[in-house]
Design a protein around this ligand. Structure first.
Ligand SMILES: *Cc1c(COP(=O)(O)O)cnc(C)c1O
Length: 397
């Protein structure tokens, strides 16, 4: 059996090469949004259905801007998922916010039932991650935030094409961030903050877009206009070449969505009746998957091997299935337990693993693969589907 070429993203076609080439002649660095940065932001806002979008050098820096724009700092608490990529929460820890962790539900998403027990009189916000593209229960989480006067923040880095109850993710709260690293819509490196609120937009601009752009776009009557020159001390703009890549990808968004949904459907059909693995994809009655990866639930009781052994066999046959490594339970990371920036070396309290039992259960049975989605990927998709079927048959009880 010949194995297909390894998955790379985005698909580099002639159109993308030309877009980057044109940008080389146009500008390598923009200090404001009059060029490709502004064009990319406008298209991104339209893609999500939010009023404003601001581009950053990474998703992590966009999350940092979100923390600063929300006005969170020392003395404040935020409730975050115990199971997520760590950058959902690390910028808050950097700013001295105490991060309080909620366990995961059966989808690996923040469990709304955990929220009431984590609330204190210092809680100011809840941040969610729509893990592996499946939307969180935004009905329950938004209601909890309204009832307790908390800001709702979203990390949509896995969920560019996701919706919950017909509403696009990224539009449920005060602000949301989409990493545009190797995600469904990519700029290479980058991240975008979206919001419907004018004031959050201006405050987010102050973090990372100082001087020319802040002078131009922040209301001169706002009390924080005095910071326009220096911003809040940091600069984290997206480069023009990254924005040109992003603009090209947004122009192909319908195509990417159609191809990836088609592949997800093919896997769903192929897995029908497979007792060992089933698609970890939200029921269309509740929402739409974000098309970041193909997620699978492994059913231990139906198999003679563990999930890790199963995945190992699949990879040895030339597929790209894996069990996520750096996306894990983050609650025990030392960064979240230091007392302050000047006394960083505190010992981490031992946390009973059962505290995040929901997250661990999800992690132990979650397998993913790339969702591909480019012209010519048929061979790779077929190979993954047939290998999955063969190995499942082999290990089924
Ligand atoms: C990728 C990712 C980030 C970080 O984004 P970068 O662009 O890599 O800085 C944050 N949160 C989640 C859930 C991610 O997947």
């Amino acid at each position: 059996m010949n194995t297909p070429a390894p998955y790379t993203w985005p698909h580099i076609d002639q159109q993308l090469r030309q877009a980057v080439d044109r940008q080389l002649d146009r500008s390598l660095s923009d200090r404001d949004a009059t060029g490709v940065i502004g064009e990319f932001e406008k298209e991104f806002a339209r893609f999500v259905g939010s009023r404003h979008a601001i581009a950053y050098s990474s998703g992590t820096s966009a999350l940092h801007a979100m923390c600063v724009a929300a006005g969170l700092g020392e003395g404040d608490e935020i409730i975050a998922p115990a199971y997520t990529f760590f950058a959902t929460a690390t910028p808050f820890a950097y700013e001295g916010v105490k991060v309080v962790f909620a366990d995961a539900d059966g989808w690996g998403n923040l469990d709304p039932d955990d929220l009431p027990g984590l609330l204190t009189d210092r809680t100011r916000a809840v941040i969610v991650t729509h893990m592996w593209g499946n939307p969180c229960d935004m009905t329950a989480i938004a209601q909890f935030c309204r009832d307790n006067d908390l800001l709702l923040l979203e990390d949509c880095s896995h969920a560019h094409f996701a919706s919950w109850g017909g509403q696009r993710v990224g539009t449920f709260g005060a602000m949301a961030v989409f990493s545009t690293n190797q995600k469904a819509i990519t700029t290479g490196e980058g991240g975008v903050l979206v919001t419907d609120h004018d004031q959050f937009r201006e405050l987010a601009l102050l973090h990372g877009h100082y001087n020319k752009r802040s002078f131009k776009e922040i209301s001169p009557t706002a009390p924080y206009y005095q910071y326009a020159l220096t911003g809040m001390g940091l600069k984290s703009r997206m480069t023009t070449l990254n924005a040109a890549v992003g603009l090209d990808q947004l122009g192909k968004a319908d195509d990417i969505e159609e191809r990836r949904r088609g592949i997800l459907d093919r896997f769903a059909d192929a897995l029908d009746g497979n007792p060992v693995v089933s698609p970890a994809t939200v029921d269309p009655q509740h929402g739409a998957n974000g098309l970041y990866v193909l997620g699978l639930h492994f059913h231990q009781q139906a198999a003679t091997v563990t999930a890790a052994e199963f995945t190992d066999r699949l990879t040895r046959l030339g597929t790209e299935f894996d069990m996520p490594g750096s996306t894990a339970v983050i609650a025990n990371e030392p960064l979240f337990h230091r007392r302050s920036r000047t006394t960083p070396w505190t010992t981490v309290p031992t946390v009973d693993p059962a505290t995040y039992g929901g997250a661990q259960q999800f992690i132990d049975s979650f397998i993913k693969a790339p969702l591909f989605g480019y012209p010519g990927d048929e061979q790779a998709v077929d190979h993954h589907i047939t290998t999955l079927a063969a190995v499942s048959k082999d290990v089924a009880r």
